[in-house]
Design a protein around this ligand. Structure first.
Ligand code: PHE
Length: 457
C-alpha cells in the first residue's frame, strides 16, 4: 500500500515539478500523442474480431454510441484532472480534492497500466515477428497457420520480441514529452494513416470485397443484445485508453490555453476513424479469401496470414499490415509506460532517465511469465487461467472499470471547481455533468457486474 508522505511534495520535488512543467506538448503534438495512445491493438486487432462476433455494422453503431455518451465524457474528465492537478495519477487526485483517500484510489490507475503493459508488450512483439517473417518469406508456404502461430507463441521467441518492444518504448519515454513522446507520435501517427489508406485500397479492390463491406456497413439489429452492448462499452473504454491514468498523465503536459473540449472531439474522431478503416481492411480481405470473420482472437494472426500468402505481392502487404499493428501498439505502449514513470519520478524524486529504466525493467520482469505462458509456463495457472490470460482478465474486467468509476465519481461529485478549471459552462457543462454523474457510473457498474458474472443476459 502506498504511504501518505508521498502525497505531500517536498520543496525539491516542487522544483523538480516546475522544471518538468516546461516539458509540455505542443497543441497538435498533444492531439497526436493522445490519438497514438488511443489507437492501438484495440483498434486493429480486437475491434475487428469483436465486430465480427457480434454482428458487424449494428455492433459498430453501438460502439459509436458508447464512445459518444460514456467514453468522451470520461476522456474529458481524465484530461481535465491531469491538467488542473498538474501531476501524476496519484498527486493530481490529491491536489484537487485535498483528500488522501482520492490519492490512494488514484494509485490503482497507476498500477493498471503497469500490469497491462507487461502483456501488451508480448502481443506487440508477435506483430513485429509477423512483420519480419512477411519480409523474409517465412509467412508463405505454411501448411497450417494456426499450428504455425501456436508453435511460435509457445516457444522462447516471444521473449526476444518482448525485449525489443520494451527497449523501443523505454527509448522514447527516456527522451521526455516534447523530445520523445511528441516527436515519436508526430511521425508515426500520420505514417499509420498512410499505411491504413494503402491497405484499405488494396483490400477494397480484392475480388469479392463487396461482401465484406456489406457485412461491416449493413446493420442487422437482430444480432444485438445486452451482451453486445456491454462488450461495446468495455471496448469504448479500452480503446480510448480510459480508466488507467494514461490520458490523465498526458493531460498534465497540456498547455493551459489548449481547449480540452476540442481535443476530446479530435481524439474520439481519430480513434473511431482508425477503427473504421481497420474494419474496411480486415473484413473485405477476410471475405475475399473465404475466412470467417467471427472466429475470434486468432483472426489476425491465424487467419489473415493465409490471405496475404495467397495475394499478389502478399509479402509487401503482409509486412505493411503487421508493421501497422506494431506501430499502433508502440504508440500506445509509450503512453502506458509514461503513467508509472511520471509517478516514480515524483514519488521517489528521481530523474526521468532513472525512473524510465527502472520501471521498464520491472514491467519486463513481470511480463516474462506472460511471454512464456503459452509454452514453457503453460502449467502455471492462477484461478485456472495461464498467467497471460489472468493478467488480461484482472486488468480488463476488474481494474479498468474500477479506474473508470473513480474518474467519473471524482469529477462528478468530489471535485468542486471542475467548471472553472476546464472553462466549460452552460448547456455543455450540464450535459457533461449529467453523463458523468448518472449515465457513465451506471454503465460502468453494469459492465463490471457482467464481466464478473454477477449479472447475466
Ligand atoms: N487504447 C489502446 C488500444 O486500443 C490500449 C491502451 C489502453 C493504451 C490504455 C494505453 C492505455 O489498444
Amino acid at each position: 500500500m502506498i504511504e501518505e508522505e508521498h502525497l505531500v511534495q517536498t520543496s525539491s520535488q516542487k522544483n523538480n515539478a516546475k522544471a518538468s512543467a516546461t516539458d509540455q506538448f505542443s497543441t497538435s503534438g498533444f492531439i497526436l500523442a493522445a490519438i497514438g495512445s488511443a489507437v492501438g491493438l484495440g483498434n486493429m486487432w480486437k475491434f475487428p474480431y469483436i465486430t465480427g462476433q457480434y454482428g458487424g455494422a449494428a455492433f459498430f453503431l453501438l460502439f459509436f454510441c458508447c464512445l459518444l455518451f460514456v467514453g468522451l465524457p470520461i476522456l474529458l474528465a481524465e484530461m481535465a484532472i491531469g491538467r488542473s492537478g498538474r501531476g501524476n495519477a496519484v498527486s493530481s487526485f490529491y491536489a484537487l480534492s485535498q483528500n488522501k483517500i482520492w490519492g490512494k484510489l488514484g494509485f490503482l490507475t497507476v498500477l493498471t497500466p503497469f500490469l497491462i503493459l507487461s502483456f501488451y508488450a508480448i502481443v506487440a512483439g508477435w506483430t513485429l515477428h509477423y512483420a519480419t517473417i512477411s519480409l523474409t518469406g517465412g509467412l508463405f508456404n505454411v501448411p497450417d497457420y494456426t499450428e504455425a502461430f501456436v508453435g511460435f507463441a509457445s516457444g522462447y521467441m516471444p521473449l526476444f520480441w518482448q525485449v525489443v518492444t520494451m527497449a523501443l518504448t523505454c527509448f522514447v519515454v527516456v527522451k521526455g514529452i516534447s523530445g520523445g513522446i511528441e516527436k515519436f507520435n508526430k511521425v508515426l501517427i500520420p505514417g499509420l494513416g498512410i499505411i491504413l489508406i494503402v491497405l484499405m485500397i488494396r483490400s477494397l479492390t480484392l475480388p469479392g470485397a463487396a461482401q465484406g463491406v456489406d457485412f461491416f456497413l449493413n446493420p442487422d439489429f437482430s444480432k444485438l443484445g445486452a451482451e453486445s452492448a456491454l462488450v461495446a462499452l468495455g471496448h469504448a473504454f479500452f480503446s480510448l485508453s480510459l480508466g488507467m491514468g494514461a490520458m490523465l498523465t498526458y493531460g498534465a503536459y497540456v498547455r493551459p490555453e489548449q481547449s480540452l473540449g476540442k481535443a476530446t472531439l479530435a481524439i474520439g474522431a481519430g480513434d473511431l476513424l482508425y477503427a473504421f478503416i481497420a474494419g474496411l481492411i480486415i473484413f473485405p480481405t477476410a471475405f475475399s479469401y473465404g475466412i470467417e470473420p467471427s472466429q475470434g482472437a486468432g483472426l489476425v494472426f491465424m487467419a489473415l496470414p493465409a490471405a496475404f500468402a495467397a495475394m499478389p505481392f502478399g509479402n509487401l502487404f503482409g509486412f505493411l499490415f503487421f508493421i501497422l499493428l506494431a506501430i499502433a501498439a508502440l504508440t500506445s505502449m509509450v503512453s502506458l509506460l509514461e503513467v508509472p514513470v511520471a509517478y516514480a519520478m515524483n514519488r521517489w524524486n528521481v530523474d526521468r532517465k532513472k525512473a524510465t529504466i527502472l520501471v521498464t525493467i520491472a514491467v519486463f520482469l513481470l511480463g516474462v511469465p506472460s511471454a512464456l505462458a503459452m509454452g514453457p509456463l503453460a502449467d502455471f495457472t492462477i484461478f485456472g487461467k495461464n498467467f497471460f490470460d489472468f493478467m488480461d482478465f484482472i486488468t480488463a474486467n476488474i481494474m479498468l472499470p474500477l479506474g473508470g468509476l473513480i474518474v467519473t465519481l471524482f469529477t462528478g461529485y468530489a471535485w468542486k471547481r471542475v467548471g472553472e478549471e476546464t472553462g466549460i459552462s452552460g448547456f455543455w457543462y450540464n450535459v457533461w455533468m449529467f453523463l458523468l454523474r448518472y449515465v457513465a457510473p451506471i454503465m460502468v457498474v453494469l459492465i463490471f457486474a457482467h464481466s464478473l458474472g454477477l449479472i447475466q443476459f
